[in-house]
Design a protein. Sequence first.
Length: 568
Amino acid sequence: MFSKIIFLLNVTNVKKFYFLILISIQTLIDLAGVGLVFPLVKFLISDSTSSYLEILDYTISLNFFIIFILFLFILKFIFSIYLNYQILIFGKNIKVNLQTILIKQYQKMNFLNFISRDRSYYLFKSETLTKNFSDLITSLMRMFSEIFIAIFIMIFLGYLNWKFLAVLIFFFITSTFFFDFLFKKKLFKLGKISNQIYSKMLKNVYDVFDGYLDIKIFSKENFFLKRAIIASKKAAITEAKFEIIPISAKYYLELIIMLIFSISFLYFLKFKSNDFIIDSLPIIITFGVAAIKLMPIFNTLIRTGSLVRRFKDTVNILYNDFSTISNISKNKKNKLKKNEILFRNENFKNLKIQSLSYFFKKKQILKNVNITINKNDFVGIIGESGSGKTSLVNIICGIYSDYIGKISVNDKNLKDCINQWKTKISYIPQASFVIDDSIKKNIVFDNTLINRSLFNKALNKSNLIRAIKQNKLGSEFKIGDKGSKISGGQKQRLLIARSFYHNREIIVFDESTSALDAKMENRIFNDLKKLKGSFTAIFISHNKNILKFCNKVYELKNQRAKIIKNEK
């Protein structure tokens, strides 16, 4: 498992050696804090009336010594906060880096593979699992820091009395292994269950908000609320079952320490003289202070061990994903060298689809389809529901690539120039994608400086300029979640403006106006018709009214495409 953790850490490219220096400084401060207890206690129980102590053949004023100890603990307080802050930043950066790589990979996924999972699955992996791994790494960093300190404290204690140290180590190691043995299988099982429950909980919560209107209309608020709450309660109970184990470790270790000191105390009372006990007090008190310091260290060990068990399933899932990503990246680098971009600087001239056939899950959707689209054409593709219109548009847009037949752009194979093709084509579906931000951000999709001239042209060509002038905020007006603050027609014009701003030469309208009333639909089509000659349009619809706006129309029927209108 630790080899998988190291692999994932290497993927993130975060700096790690910096912490060795910080941990070394923390160790020296802690060791000094424990080590200075011994000479102080020895001085306090002695009969000396001097105000000076002897430490390592040096004579030091008692006042200076106490001030130095106070300064040391202030320094420890400040440095401990700084170290833990750096560890937290380290962990959070790991989460961000893993999240970035995962999201980039999801964006590159084959469309059919992508839609085979719901969005709760992707959010669960990119948010929850990366956070789990970040928490695990943060805990491991703290553990290594504490182990480093513990080793040097024990070396010092061994110098004072190695026999007593051996007994202390035996008790701690035995009790730690016993605790781990009791709970390790339980923790791994809880981790796996937690991942499954949390994924389901996200899905149920999404349903509550995604289906808001339908839930209201059918008065099913209680049904969906109950689904979300049941999943949430299961997640909470699983979380509580896990949390109680490391919490109980603290009280378990307190019990072990009290057991050790009780046995030691009884042993000294029964078998040792009073003088021996008094002489041994500096060592006993020093060991007591060390034990108090070591207790949270061993508690961290047990807690981290618990996290390792719990997040074993998380590490396995992420490791499998990132191993696949690593292999894909290597293959893609080699592939890109072979596939030269053939028409980077060319404008669109024509698209030819020849003898195209397409199967989806062994079912034939399209058969021997032949379509030609020339520059500035307004092409309609009509057909009943299920006739293959969506599959055809996905092939044209370069989303589906597993077709049979030939598609050429400017007489070049589409598959050989797919990346550049995607910079020339735009897609406007019925369920339009907008973000809860300004009109400007929804058109530009960027935080950098915009091309103001291109932006204004896009507003005018799409006729969105009228809507912008109607409010005081202009293009800075925020359209709300899913465009709730603007009308359906304005939303369609916004998407058209987006296409024009990004210099798309071909715009595909996939049932994009079907949710609008006939009057608004005609108004938008008439505005587009005025722009004919400046771009190529492909209208996918089951509505035959679009025929009057197109110079060429194909009808999809019985898996084939038949041309029913062809005007120059």
